[in-house]
Design a protein around this ligand. Structure first.
Ligand code: SF4
Length: 384
């Protein structure tokens, strides 16, 4: 009999060859080349409030964020950058619109990178030479962040609206101005709030240059809509090997963005999968309250660091099969739950004991995995 593969596969099937982008370094985080796709977010505090900003960065770091961006709309914000960049546990990117002087301030402050939005910086093209010089001298990469909502007027007039071609032309034009000064320490984003336009823009950009790409659906919306839009757009692109760093934009606390970003990467096998609950949607055959059971098991195992797949199934139709193929599972029926560990039924418990038994067994498996060195925060898979 064929051996049954249990739990979470350590090397998920690769969907596509990774696009080979030149590699840059945003502080300690490599972006592009064969570096894992990184997850970033942006603080929502006033950057000038150094304490609040560092507190939020600490929370983001704890949630798995790898690069953080801070807004810099005023001189007070620019003045805060040096302390924030020095004290942050993760690389800090200064986000600059409108005022080129803050680009230089951010470079001087030791920010790990600077994001510029050429469409929003007056006479940006005239400043490129100076910016390229300062950034090259400091070893600071630049993100050219083109955004549908603030497209360069000249390009907007040419195309009439923010089409994929317009976004790409704007980005490549700005990149070419940097290239004229020998500066290629660049990553690019071409964001749009419509995933279809965004996907087309990134595909075109990916084919036209070798710069690492920062993926984003801009103004994606509240948590539910933004999560779906981002998952769809990033999923399409990442499954084609396009994308080197991602930012999920949600009208929600930034740690939520990180959670969604990490989950997208885990779902595509681009990150080590951690806790995964395989639960059925329930139906007329269910013999337990599957929603409640799945919620309680999820809450009980929250924060588990090991890659554990737990199946929570409502009846015997698919229950034993799924439960058998997970690290741990329950197949319910007749007010009881059959508890499976690594494919074997280890006990049958009354419905009231299912949650605590699963959590108890999960802890034992996690302990063993940790002893065996299975748990690790590092991505298990790098798509080449
Ligand atoms: S496992 Fe059973 S209860 Fe759950 S969806 Fe399938 S048939 Fe319905």
């Amino acid at each position: 009999m064929e051996p049954v593969a249990l739990g979470i596969p350590s090397v998920p099937v690769r969907l596509a060859e990774r696009r080979r982008a030149r590699q840059i370094h945003v502080g300690s985080v490599a972006v592009g080349g064969d570096a894992p796709v990184s997850v970033q977010s942006m603080t929502t505090t006033r950057t000038s409030d150094i304490g609040a900003t560092l507190q939020q960065i600490a929370e983001l770091t704890a949630s798995g964020c790898e690069i953080v961006r801070v807004a810099c709309p005023t001189q007070d914000d620019a003045d805060a950058l040096a302390t924030i960049a020095r004290k942050s546990q993760i690389p800090v990117i200064a986000d600059i619109h409108f005022q080129p002087k803050y680009v230089f301030a951010a470079i001087d402050a030791g920010c790990a990178a600077v994001r510029v939005n050429p469409g929003n910086i007056k006479q940006f093209d005239d400043k490129v030479k100076e910016i390229a010089r300062a950034a090259a001298a400091a070893g600071t990469p630049i993100r050219i962040g083109v955004n549908a909502g603030s497209l360069d007027r000249r390009i907007l007039e040419k195309y009439g609206r923010a089409t994929p071609e317009a976004l790409v032309e704007s980005a490549l034009w700005e990149a070419s101005l940097f290239e004229e000064h020998g500066f290629r320490d660049i990553k690019i984003s071409v964001k749009h709030n419509d995933p279809v336009v965004m996907i087309q823009a990134y595909r075109q950009l990916a084919a036209a240059c070798d710069y690492p790409l920062h993926l984003g659906v801009t103004e994606a919306g509240p948590a539910f809509q933004g999560t779906v839009k981002s998952a769809v757009a990033f999923g399409a692109l990442l499954s084609e090997g396009i994308g080197d760093t991602i930012r999920v934009s949600l009208s929600a606390p930034p740690a939520e963005e990180v959670k969604v970003g990490l989950q997208i990467l885990q779902s595509l096998g681009l990150r080590e999968r951690r806790l995964e609950i395989v639960s059925c949607p329930s139906c007329g055959r269910a013999q337990v309250d599957v929603y409640k059971l799945a919620d309680e098991v999820t809450a009980g195992l929250d924060g588990m660091e090991v890659p554990l797949r737990v199946a929570v199934m409502g009846c015997v139709v698919n229950g034993p099969g799924e439960a058998r193929e997970a690290d741990l599972g329950v197949a319910s029926g007749n007010g009881k739950g059959q508890i499976f560990v690594k494919g074997e039924v280890v006990r049958t418990v009354p419905e009231s004991k299912i949650v605590e038994t699963l959590i108890d067994e999960a802890m034992k498996i996690a302990e063993q995995m940790e002893k065996d060195g299975v748990a690790s925060g590092e991505p298990a898979v790098t798509v080449q």
